[in-house]
Design a protein around this ligand. Sequence first.
Ligand code: HEC
Ligand code: HEC
Ligand code: HEC
Ligand code: HEC
Ligand code: HEC
Ligand code: HEC
Length: 450
Amino acid sequence: MKISNIQQVTMANNLKLLVLLCVLFFVKHTSFAQGEGLFKSKCSSCHQIHKNGTGPMLNGARQRWVDAGEGELIIKWVQNNAALRASGASKRAAAVFKEYGGSQMTVFSDLTDDQVNQILDYADAQPKEDPSKAGTNVGSQDPNATQTNEDGGLGIMWIILAVLFIIVILSVGGVRRQLKVASTGDESYNQLTYWDEFKTIAWKYRGITGIVGLVLTITILVVVFKSLYSINVMQNYQPSQPIAFPHETHAGINGIDCKYCHNSVTKSKHAGLPTVNVCMNCHKQINGEGKPFAGEVKKIYAAAGWDPSFGPAGGYRNTKGKPLVWNKVHVLPDHVYFNHSQHVVVGGIDCKQCHGDMKQMKETAKVLPIEELNKVEGNIKLSKATLTMGWCIECHGAKEVTIGDGKNAYYDEIHSRLKKNKTLYKQYLANDGKLTANELGGWECAKCHY
Ligand code: HEC
Ligand code: HEC
Ligand code: HEC
Ligand code: HEC
Ligand code: HEC
Ligand code: HEC
């Protein structure tokens, strides 16, 4: 099967196209990831993608401004909505402000035009969620949904990367051999297949091939590095919740034990979140009458199916109610194994080391950035972003585990076994007198990954 010159040219063009597509794909992907990160850290506390919440849904927001003939001004709005409104230059700004009863949106003067565009691109690109999966609560923004999207994106990218990489390697390797055959005048040179010819072209345009190789190698390194250590889209993540539940009032001022509501934290992998019945234990009496939070307590009653005006002391109208669906704040990918009782009971680590001082949390829970966690008294100081692999690894290398003090059967057992094995004992303890989680296997991939 021989190839004409025209076919050669087409193939060369295809190669160029491939390079272009490749570059576009990466640029798009990175800017998307940034848009997502910015959305989650700065906007998601008030905005959802497909649902109106504290603020309007962001999917289609750009179109709404374009429809109002003010497509350009949406950037100014996000950067400083108060200033735009004050200037009187935007009808949409005035309208949406009125529609939301004069709620104030935060000013984001630190965001560049590009960053605002990345957020809006991200919001517009999100497919509408399956309505059957969306909860009935106000904040049904499901963090898992975005998680899957992200994984899908990465999956496709890896496949494309792998295919391209193989092509490049094969081409560079194979072509050399071809040239040798050609210079020795071997007849088989004329029996070239499309694939052989492709390799020849790849060699001929080795400049481009080289660039592809370079772009790929760098991208792979960046992607791997980022995903392992620093994709911190979770920082400051604070999804909306069905009820504005403040930890300060409960765990702080009223001193309720964490385990009263997160009752499996010492027993299992999960800490668990309270059902509405737990709230009702107290809120049957504490109805908030005349207090600013009366509306929030009404939501508890609605969820429980409780009617305070039913009979002399109130009663359950319908036993089903609608369950409270709390949106998960701290989310690890499915392939990671994390166990609360291991850390809290065996490791003896306080909740505030990982979640901050919840007794002072006036709003609903959020993922505190590592800088905030480091400010909490008694916490060991770490440097990697909260909830990233780097964070887990760093602590496993830093956190000393208490041994042989008779308080912790798990470690006493290890200690006695270590004492019998002199070499190990020396290695672990005698050199620095410390035993850290990593020395017990806390750095093994399989301990944390399914
Ligand atoms: C503290 C809550 C809050 C935060 C945080 C917030 N917004 Fe808003 N946003 C609002 C409210 C409320 C409105 C409705 C207008 C008003 O009342 O000022 C709004 C309106 C908007 C609009 C206009 C939508 C339309 O339909 O015209 C856009 C666009 C927008 N926000 C983008 C963002 C982006 C992007 C971020 C993150 C960088 C963000 N907002 C963060 C509360 C917030
Ligand atoms: C009266 C019940 C109650 C008590 C007591 C309580 N919590 Fe919570 N906690 C909740 C509820 C309800 C939520 C879900 C709403 C939210 O995210 O703020 C929650 C959420 C959380 C979250 C975020 C969960 C996630 O989805 O990632 C953490 C972390 C947390 N609590 C830690 C604590 C700690 C630490 C204490 C003790 C100092 C504590 N809680 C005491 C009810 C309680
Ligand atoms: C070593 C760090 C660490 C400590 C200590 C810790 N947590 Fe967590 N917590 C996490 C991580 C990581 C997640 C996310 C788990 C996931 O997605 O599988 C989480 C999730 C949660 C959740 C959400 C529900 C769940 O089970 O996933 C609650 C509630 C919670 N923690 C409460 C607590 C309480 C209360 C304590 C103290 C008794 C505590 N945590 C101690 C790291 C920690
Ligand atoms: C052990 C008792 C107890 C439990 C359980 C309890 N609460 Fe409360 N809650 C209180 C007390 C006490 C107050 C403060 C009342 C006051 O200040 O008058 C309060 C206040 C509140 C407030 C208003 C807080 C504010 O400062 O704005 C909300 C909202 C609330 N609770 C929601 C919940 C929810 C949701 C649950 C279930 C997850 C729950 N509570 C479980 C005792 C409890
Ligand atoms: C604040 C410090 C700290 C952080 C953060 C932390 N860990 Fe740990 N971890 C420990 C300690 C201490 C132990 C106890 C060592 C043991 O049980 O062998 C431990 C043990 C473990 C173990 C059991 C290891 C074994 O040898 O059996 C696993 C699995 C684990 N952690 C996973 C995680 C994951 C996943 C994360 C991040 C999401 C994480 N840890 C974050 C301190 C931490
Ligand atoms: C102490 C727990 C821990 C250990 C040990 C650990 N990992 Fe991880 N790893 C994690 C966590 C947590 C994440 C999720 C980080 C995130 O979502 O940003 C992760 C993410 C990853 C990812 C990225 C996938 C993604 O979702 O982006 C890869 C790949 C990975 N780990 C490979 C490894 C390999 C290989 C090892 C052994 C050398 C290892 N891990 C050891 C906790 C651990």
